[in-house]
Design a protein around this ligand. Structure first.
Ligand SMILES: Cc1cc2nc3c(=O)[nH]c(=O)nc-3n(C[C@H](O)[C@H](O)[C@H](O)COP(=O)(O)O)c2cc1C
Length: 308
């Protein structure tokens, strides 16, 4: 039995495990508690919630694409008032810290959700900037729009906040720096990357929204590149690395790239109990590497890039 220490620290937050269940892939978290053992996770992020209910898109909203997954759900959710009433009470009985995920079309919308969640006792918030504003542009592509949202939330709540960014950003470092300067305690790198697929039989897009978010194994090199770039440019900004993690090797790789903790998402759809295996593999790999503590490896895989 490995004694390797896999605890993690993400800015102000201590995690018993480096694994964080990624938003939207474990439902509201409550229903998933009947499927998996949350003791293998450091935290679980609930599905994103907005100030008023969002209908989401028409079906089809998810589809396999290569070894990855396309989704175009449109962040369907019941709105924060209903979420606080129906979901929050059940979260208290779950054996994992549950973080809220805040989404909006405007800074005011984000603030309403963040304040309601904090008032309901949610202790940590992930701010999902990878969603469109009223003009249809993703906040996370624009440092100024990201600054506006994070500044407004930072002034409105005291709980720790992480900013979830998009791999579609032209300059992910600029957006991450803007979020850090506006008061984000860490960045989440990354949400899904834009993707699409066409069914050649029906000659029509597989998603009703045509373009959706692509996740799973093919996302890993893209999200990992974002982690490397941000860690190199802003080494003191904690990073939650997310994208295509399916094994202990992936956890080690993200850690070496500069991530302090690692999210797991799409793997849940094929293997709901994956966290236990991934954590066991991580410990075994640390033993094989002669390392006793995962956190010692943060950012240690960048070779000569580190020195620049
Ligand atoms: C079906 C599905 C729903 C998702 N819903 C959300 C969401 O509500 N909020 C959010 O921030 N990210 C959402 N995501 C993105 C994931 O949290 C994660 O960032 C992304 O899938 C990359 O990680 P993975 O490759 O391990 O899945 C969703 C992903 C999938 C596949």
């Amino acid at each position: 039995m490995s004694r390797a220490d896999v605890t993690a620290r993400l800015g102000p937050i201590a995690l018993r495990s480096p694994l964080v269940a990624a938003s939207g892939t474990v439902g509201s978290v409550i229903e998933f508690a009947g499927v998996t053992d949350f003791s293998h996770y450091g935290a679980a992020v609930a599905k994103s919630v907005s100030d008023v209910p969002w209908q989401g898109r028409e079906a089809p909203r998810v589809a396999p694409a290569g070894v990855g997954m396309l989704n175009g759900i449109g962040i369907q959710n019941p709105g924060v008032e209903s979420w606080v009433e129906t979901v929050v009470p059940g979260l208290r009985d779950i054996d994992v810290p549950v973080w809220g995920s805040v989404v909006g079309r405007s800074a005011e919308g984000f603030v309403t959700v963040a304040q309601s969640m904090e008032a309901a006792g949610v202790g940590v918030l992930e701010i999902n900037l990878s969603c469109p504003n009223l003009d249809g542009h993703l906040f996370a592509l624009d440092p100024a729009a990201s600054t506006e949202v994070i500044t407004a939330i930072r002034e409105a709540v005291t709980v720790p906040i992480g900013a979830k960014l998009s791999p579609n950003a032209v300059d992910i470092v600029e957006v991450a720096a803007a979020c850090r300067d506006a008061g984000a305690d860490w960045v989440v790198l990354t949400n899904t990357v834009w993707g699409a697929a066409i069914d050649i039989e029906s000659r029509s897009p597989v998603l009703s929204g045509v373009v959706g978010g692509y996740s799973g194994i093919p996302l890993k090199p893209i999200a990992l590149r974002c982690v490397i770039e941000v860690h190199r440019a802003i080494p003191d900004l904690p990073i939650l690395g997310v994208g295509g993690v399916v094994s202990g090797g992936d956890v080690i790789e993200y850690t070496l790239a500069g991530a302090s903790a690692v999210g797991i998402g799409t793997v849940h759809f094929a293997e709901p109990r994956a966290a236990r295996r991934i954590l066991r593999e991580t410990r075994r790999l640390l033993d094989r590497m002669g390392e006793s503590r995962l956190s010692d490896l943060v950012g240690q895989g960048l070779g000569s890039w580190r020195a620049r």
